[in-house]
Design a binder for this molecule. Structure first.
Ligand code: ATP
Ligand code: MG
Length: 394
């Protein structure tokens, strides 16, 4: 078990004058995530990295999982500390560290040494050569490869000595909260949770809205959306979910508009309401799980008709992804099993057999004229129905 975890980050490093803001946000995210792991930890920023020091016994696996969920982290390395800095002890500690993590398999390596304390009796090249020899003698399955080593082996001499090897991959991206906030239209399907994950990965904080149509959609369908929001929150931190009662709006559309245009008109109202809630809550954009040509409401023409009612940018992170790619990402983030639960997310009576695939905006606007007087109070009611649920990670 390591007592320190070195958290490396990549893209933040190029942020110039604003770098500290990104680093502070990342530290904050790491503290928040690690606070949910059993044990006590101290998190500190040091020389372009973050150190997570364990102050009590803990489960290494749990720490690694927690840290791998934080956007902005490129790599996580468990570190073994050798406080007395004796070179033989360093080499022994290093070999044990490698055995615990690589096991008996054959591997290639290269040693990197860094000596911040210049009074240390060996300089960096000497440390590399001697440690490399020691590793080869004690681990005959190892071989040096200075060009493309499988493992980079690090020795750092500071007030204490530290050894670690190539670590575990982080989630990448930017710390959540460094890029403003967006409103995610979250349904119970496969796509929108992945869209939320992707946008959050770029540092965007997300809030979510779900359009519920009781009694046509069940409580279980709503609970499924809450569960999906919880899965995303494992990566983003707490998410404010707005549940909006959409039944009357859907009925009004159903009763007054051509049925082949139902979906597209419904989506235009969803966007308008999401936008109103977004503006109220300081969101800078809307996010959906749409991808070109996936269904009738996601042709280029349909997407244009949906966009036409929005003043806010609409981000569609999955726009050019295949369904299979989306499914794989959904599995990777742990949402898939929940997404495929069979609870309906929209009553089939509201879905036309032959929806328009190439809607013309003037035609849709013409159809919506039947709703001109009906809609404003229904939208008011829908906004008033807002059930705000703070969804927190487990
Ligand atoms: P998903 O798998 O995300 O449900 P989908 O392929 O089923 O997507 P649609 O049902 O056409 O596609 O919805 C497209 C997008 O519209 C969704 O990705 C989501 O962002 C949004 N959306 C659809 N239905 C709802 C809803 N009931 N509440 C909130 N957003 C919704
Ligand atoms: Mg859907």
């Amino acid at each position: 078990m390591a007592n320190t975890y070195l958290v490396k980050y990549a893209e933040i490093g190029i942020k110039g004058k604003n770098r500290y803001k990104f680093e502070d946000a990342l530290v904050h995210r790491v503290i928040e995530r690690v606070s949910r792991v059993e044990g006590k930890f101290r998190v500190q920023k040091e020389q372009g990295r973050i150190h997570v020091e364990a102050l009590t016994a803990h489960d290494e696996e749990e720490v690694l999982t927690a840290l791998s969920h934080v956007f902005g982290v490129s790599q996580i390395c468990p570190v073994t500390e050798i406080p007395d800095r004796d070179f033989t002890h360093i080499c022994e500690g290093l070999v044990q560290h490698i055995r615990e993590r690589i096991g008996d398999k054959e591997f290639t390596f290269k040693v990197f040494a860094k000596r911040s304390d210049k009074s240390y009796p060996l300089d960096s090249p000497e440390i590399c050569v001697r440690a490399g020899d020691y590793i080869r003698e004690n681990l005959p399955q190892s071989r040096v490869d200075v060009h493309t080593p499988e493992y980079r082996i690090y020795i750092e001499i500071r007030r204490s000595a530290y050894v670690y090897i190539t670590g575990y991959p982080g989630a990448g991206g930017m710390p959540v909260g460094t890029a403003g906030k967006a409103m995610l239209l979250l349904s119970g399907g496969i796509d929108s949770p992945v869209a939320g994950y992707r946008i959050a990965k770029r540092g965007v904080q997300i809030e979510a809205v779900y359009f519920h149509a009781p009694p046509y959609t069940s409580e279980r369908a709503k609970q499924k959306v809450v569960d999906l929001a919880r899965i995303i929150s494992e990566y983003t931190g707490p998410i404010l979910l707005h549940v909006i009662n959409f039944t009357d709006i859907q009925m009004a559309i159903y009763e007054n508009c051509p049925h082949d245009e139902l979906t597209i008109i419904m989506r235009r109202y969803m966007m308008q309401i999401a936008q109103k809630i977004g503006v109220e809550n300081n969101c800078l954009a809307l996010v959906t799980g749409e991808s070109i040509a996936q269904v009738a409401s996601q042709t280029m023409q349909s997407l244009a008709a949906t966009d036409a009612v929005c003043n806010m940018p609409v981000f569609r992170p999955l726009i050019a992804m295949d369904k299979q790619e989306i499914i794989e990402e959904s599995q990777k983030i742990g949402a898939y099993e929940t997404s495929i639960l069979p609870y309906e997310d929209c009553c089939t009576i509201f879905v036309a057999k032959h929806p328009v695939t190439k809607p013309k905006i003037p035609q849709i606007e013409e159809s919506e004229k039947a709703l001109t007087e009906l809609m404003p109070p229904l939208i008011e009611n829908a906004l008033a129905s807002d059930e705000r649920i703070w969804v927190k990670p487990e």
